[in-house]
Design a protein around this ligand. Structure first.
Ligand SMILES: [Zn+2]
Ligand SMILES: [Zn+2]
Length: 124
């Protein structure tokens, strides 16, 4: 610890190195964002015991980019639970839209019930 009138030469060197590294981190983060934006997202196969589990709670984490998409779903086309639709369509994680299942009632949508398999968003 030093009390100074003006930052020391030694301090300036460290300060500059930190600023340079922060710039590098910023650029690396931009690169990660760009790579992640190109990710097609891959999930691991669900195991037979997971598929048998009535209250399956498997997080939907991409094996490639590490992004999280809530919960894995036994029935949805992209294997991720979705809770809300718009005009009879559900937006999948890749941005495409699929029709809601037959008999689906849009007025009853909530976090408590996945459109495809009926599981709640809140799980243990
Ligand atoms: Zn991904
Ligand atoms: Zn689901």
């Amino acid at each position: 610890m030093k009390i100074v009138k003006k930052i020391s030469g030694e301090g300036e060197v460290i300060q500059k190195e930190i600023a340079d590294l922060e710039r590098t981190i910023g650029l690396a983060k931009d690169e990660i964002r760009a790579l992640s934006a190109n990710c097609n997202h891959e999930f691991r196969e669900l195991t037979p015991s997971e598929l048998k589990d009535e209250w399956m709670s498997v997080g939907a984490r991409c094996l490639v980019c590490g992004a999280h998409f809530g919960w894995r779903c036994k029935k949805s086309p992209d294997s991720v639970c979705h809770y809300y639709s718009s005009e009879g369509k559900v937006e999948l994680i890749d941005g495409t839209f699929v029709n809601v299942p037959e008999g689906h009632e849009p007025d009853n949508e909530s976090d408590d019930r996945c459109i495809f398999d009926g599981q709640p968003d809140e799980r243990k």
